[in-house]
Design a protein around this ligand. Sequence first.
Ligand code: NAP
Length: 248
Amino acid sequence: MATVLLLGGTGEARRLASVLLPAHRVISSLAGRVADPALPVGEVRVGGFGGAEGLAGYLRAERVDAVVDATHPFAARMSDNAAQACAAAGVPLVVLRRPGFEARPGDDWRHVPSLDAAAELLPALAERVFLTTGRQGLSHFAHLSSRWFLVRCVDPPVPPVPPRLEVVLDRGPFTVEGEIGLMRRHDIGVLVTKDSGGAMTAAKLEAARALEIPVVVVDRPPATPGVPVLPSVEEVAARLPGLLAAPK
Ligand code: NAP
């Protein structure tokens, strides 16, 4: 039976694990950032590999036949490491990456290349900010003492964080009605989001459109060159037999 290493931390990765089982041995890998993560079915390992070299060693030791990089679109270091390690160990690699968000009529989106660029833009836009970029990037906004932040994340943030903030601990999926209510209650004037894509988190964008609130969209880091990228669980599942059969 072929062994597939699934680099996860996303809903798609959990779904893919259940599609690939029981025909394959599936090892799902999580970074270990979240205290109480949603777990996929099958084998799970938690924690870093020790860079690209460590991952290449792991692939050899576990006799991994193929790797699916189903990490979040912003987990760029892990994706680069996976590409290097798979090349070094001669293991086929495919990336599962959900498509990004798409603007619709009525949207007022400002694209920026980074969290720092988002922080730079905010003072010109509004006083009260709904920040949904995750707890790890909060330090990029910590100097903005003149703005008030509503921060939503899964686990409590650690300093440095903006001085004026309220934290909502929650994990999607969210509803449009719920997002509209949350933004109204907190009198939000601007939403900040990563271009994560996916239905799980798209409700806030519909809510911003309904409330005519501008959205700062942090663009994705570039994909690792030379690695095939597929947009859905079904397409990865269909491509996998070919990858496993290809001569090494
Ligand atoms: P990152 O910056 O690309 O990765 C930093 C390091 O964390 C990697 O070099 C690796 O350590 C370890 N790592 C990352 N993902 C791993 C995985 N699936 N299994 C084992 N080790 C992993 O990643 P990140 O942005 O911190 O994201 C961490 C995890 O959270 C990812 O699995 C991602 O899918 C998930 N996530 C991220 C975001 C986001 O906005 N970035 C949002 C939702 C979920 P070593 O070098 O030691 O191997």
